[in-house]
Design a protein around this ligand. Structure first.
Ligand SMILES: NC(=O)c1ccc[n+]([C@@H]2O[C@H](COP(=O)([O-])OP(=O)(O)OC[C@H]3O[C@@H](n4cnc5c(N)ncnc54)[C@H](OP(=O)(O)O)[C@@H]3O)[C@@H](O)[C@H]2O)c1
Length: 264
């Protein structure tokens, strides 16, 4: 399918690893000019920068001015902006709601929700000048399926899903489509980094992190396909939603979870 993304200018947040990195790669392969924001780069992101038109911007997007500087870099470099992918988000395994203080709640909301608020506010004046602009927010199934182990993250993702709908209502009539993707577990450092969710699941199940993500997670979470999602599968969906091919899709949330959620 021709996605008509050639020469589009796109910002991707949280771009150095995992889903963000996969989205940078997928957009680049389609011929888009990508501006990639994360605190640091990785060899994988550097390789994409060397191969395609990828601008790597070191930026802390949990801060008030991080989003402004990222958008400014994109517009300075390319003169316009067509696509914003709010991919940044973070959670940590929580033993109990009672152990979370205000500063931890604030940290997770800054990363997972306010990063998208601030990036949207900075980007929209430019997106409104583009023909067929789009925002894609990477939410989570936890927006509608909250778990105690990610109580703060789930609430922040629910807020992001709500923001998606509000922005769509205000800006779709003015030419900016806004959609969300809600993945179930995806094989990224979010799970596989030391101390991440795979380690915690492995410790509880008395197995290895690899076995936890390949077997325990799909079985215990009721993932019908029997496996977690791969980053490139989320990236392909993001690409479709960002493209003019999805020109009449807005205010929608697309679940990609291998059938984990059993209700419609
Ligand atoms: N993996 C899953 O199972 C899953 C499931 C559902 C939804 N999601 C959502 O998908 C999105 C991507 O998740 P992922 O699993 O790919 O995450 P990840 O592997 O943990 O990667 C996070 C990315 O964000 C960057 N980042 C972290 N803090 C940052 C900050 N303060 N400012 C700028 N960049 C920052 C990281 O780079 P630096 O550390 O260099 O900054 C990295 O590039 C998130 O919104 C997540 O909630 C993930």
């Amino acid at each position: 399918m021709e996605l008509h993304l050639k020469n589009k200018v796109a910002i991707v947040t949280g771009a150095s690893k995992g889903i963000g990195l996969a989205i940078v790669e997928a957009l680049s392969r389609e011929g888009a000019h990508v501006v990639a924001g994360s605190r640091s780069s990785t060899p994988e992101l550097d390789a994409l920068r060397d191969k395609y038109d990828v601008t790597v911007v070191p930026v802390d997007l949990s801060t008030a001015d991080g989003a402004d500087s990222l958008v400014e870099r994109a517009v300075d470099r390319h003169g316009r902006l067509d696509i914003l992918v709010n991919n940044l988000g973070a959670g940590s395994p929580r033993p109990s709601f009672l152990e979370l203080d205000d500063s931890e709640w604030q940290r997770i909301f800054d990363l997972t929700f306010f990063s998208a608020v601030r990036a949207g506010r900075a980007a929209l004046p430019h997106l409104l000048k583009s023909e067929g602009a789009a925002i894609v927010n990477i939410s989570s199934i936890n927006a509608r399926l909250p778990f105690p182990m990610v109580v703060d993250y789930s609430a922040a993702k629910a807020a992001l899903t709500s923001l998606t709908k509000s922005l769509s209502e205000e800006f779709a009539p003015r030419g900016v489509r806004v959609n969300a993707i809600a993945p179930g577990p995806v094989r990224t450092p979010f799970w596989t980094a030391p101390g991440g969710f795979a380690d915690v699941t492995a410790a509880a199940a008395g197995t290895t992190a690899q076995e936890a993500i390949d077997v325990v997670v799909p079985q215990s979470m009721g993932i019908s396909t029997g496996r977690v999602t791969e980053p490139h599968e989320v990236a392909d969906l993001a690409l479709f939603l960002a493209s003019p091919v999805a020109g009449n899709i807005t205010g929608a949330e697309f679940v990609i979870d291998g059938g984990q959620i059993k209700t419609t």
